[in-house]
Design a protein around this ligand. Structure first.
Ligand code: HEM
Length: 426
């Protein structure tokens, strides 16, 4: 695949090759990830080598289930705000474009979980930080699509480059302020137990309390990079996952109904969902996985080989080659997904019997190996919470007049949004 006239990616669609590539520690390529750096800095997504190792080790405790547990209530709160909005919107009987609503919901949720920041961004779009994050996601996509903008001088002198810098300043000022304020408040209580007695631990607490084996904490620049990285990685991806899941269930009412019955069976008359419920949703989990197979929010990852590679079949690639591991194409590779209807939405592909014996790298929504997604448990929880609360309140129906048009803009989106009819059931 050519990127402009000078850069070529070798696209990998076979899980055997993906397994070898993801098992090595090659760095990310310098074409697709570099436009994110002025915003998210050198955080976990971009770093490589010993510094990546150090950060990954420091940040892993931030995804321990003790930390994730109280997030369920925050995710439910954010989902309910979105559903209340939908309640009002459907009064005119028209379909709703979900993607933008879901994006604001997941942004609201990560803000609460990561920063304990209640921004009201779903109802109040005047918050300059939220607007900046939203704009930055769009501008990173835009820069990747407009080839002359790959050149730094052209981009930074263009009106879009100017807007990007302005939005970055707003985002960085906000992140710096939040970090400084939290640092002040943590001065006397740098221990998890003391913080936990007062309120739930958030991601920022973990970052600020993190120390390596030599007692070294993260620098201010590193802290900011990690917070901005999680803000980006932690909301756009889940928004895509949830929106495509709703589309799959709208177009497959029989599976939607089975999920609803499963959720009603767990929750009974309760209107909210708890941590313990999330492990009791096997059918819904299979539907989420099948939707992630057909519509992986991160459709591909890429690597630049730091040394030559020889695959088990004897083929080789030289040092410096750029490989794009297409998660999307691996998920639809008929050689792996033996069923001739490999494009069909069939949650039972993820039943325990069907999973056993499948290639370890046939299903890679969160990538694999040491650079896999650190937020996958967070993401799965958020998808389950959003699915459960939504299906209890609404029936999802497709809008045949506006089918989604898949498009990759770093993450998998729809060119024309995702339009569904919502019928109130509770
Ligand atoms: C459905 C939702 C999500 C999907 C499909 C997803 C997918 C991925 C994939 C494929 C990668 C590998 C990227 C690469 O190699 O370039 C990745 C990395 C990462 N993800 Fe996620 N992600 C999701 C949600 C999240 C969430 C909620 C967070 C944070 C709260 C998060 C944080 C990260 C970080 C920090 C990395 C870099 C990890 C490293 O290199 O050590 N992700 N994600």
């Amino acid at each position: 695949m050519w990127f402009g006239s000078f850069s070529a990616f070798l696209v990998i669609t076979d899980p055997d090759y993906a397994k070898v590539l993801l098992g090595r520690g090659d760095p990310k390529d310098n074409i697709s990830y570099k436009h994110l750096v002025p915003w998210i800095g050198n955080g976990l997504l971009i770093l490589h080598g010993p510094k990546w190792h150090q950060h990954r080790k420091l940040l892993t405790p931030g995804f321990h289930y003790d930390v994730l547990k109280p997030y369920v209530a925050l995710m439910a709160e954010s989902t309910n705000v979105m559903l209340d909005k939908w309640d009002k919107l459907i009064a005119d009987g028209r379909p709703v474009e979900l993607f933008e609503h879901v994006s604001l919901m997941t942004l609201d949720s990560i803000m609460k979980c990561a920063f304990s920041c209640h921004s009201d961004c779903q109802t109040n779009r005047k918050n300059t930080y939220i607007q900046a994050v939203y704009d930055l996601c769009h501008m990173v996509d835009q820069r990747l699509r407009i080839f002359p903008y790959h050149n730094d001088i052209i981009y930074w002198l263009s009106p879009h480059g100017f807007q990007f810098r302005k939005a970055c300043r707003i985002a960085h000022d906000h992140t710096d302020k939040v970090i400084q304020e939290r640092k002040e408040s943590l001065k006397d209580e740098r221990e998890f137990e003391k913080i936990q007695k007062k309120r739930h631990l958030d991601f920022l607490d973990i970052l600020l309390c993190a120390k390596d084996e030599n007692g070294a904490a993260l620098s201010d620049e590193d802290l900011r990079a990690e917070v901005d990285t999680f803000m980006f990685e932690g909301h756009d991806t889940t928004a895509s996952g949830i929106s495509w899941l709703f589309y799959c269930l709208a177009t497959h009412p029989e599976h939607q109904q089975r999920c609803r019955e499963e959720i009603q069976g767990i929750l009974g008359d309760r209107e909210t969902i708890r941590w313990e419920d999330l492990g009791k949703m096997p059918y819904s989990t299979m539907c989420i996985k099948e939707s992630l197979r057909l519509y992986p929010p991160v459709p591909g990852v890429s690597r630049q080989l730091s040394k030559p590679i020889t695959f088990p079949d004897g083929r080789t690639l030289p040092e410096g080659s750029v490989t794009a591991i297409s998660i999307y194409l691996i998920h639809r590779n008929p050689k792996v997904w033996k069923d001739p209807l490999f494009q069909v939405f069939d949650p039972l592909r993820f039943s325990p019997e069907n999973v056993s014996g499948r290639h370890s790298h046939a299903f890679l929504p969160f990538s694999a190996g040491m650079r896999n997604c650190i937020g996958q448990q967070f993401a799965m929880n958020e998808m389950k919470v959003a699915l459960a609360l939504t299906l209890l309140r609404f029936e999802l129906l497709p809008d045949p007049a506006t089918p989604p048009l898949k498009i990759t803009r770093i993450i998998l989106r729809s060119k024309n949004g995702i339009h569904l009819y919502l019928k109130k059931i509770r």
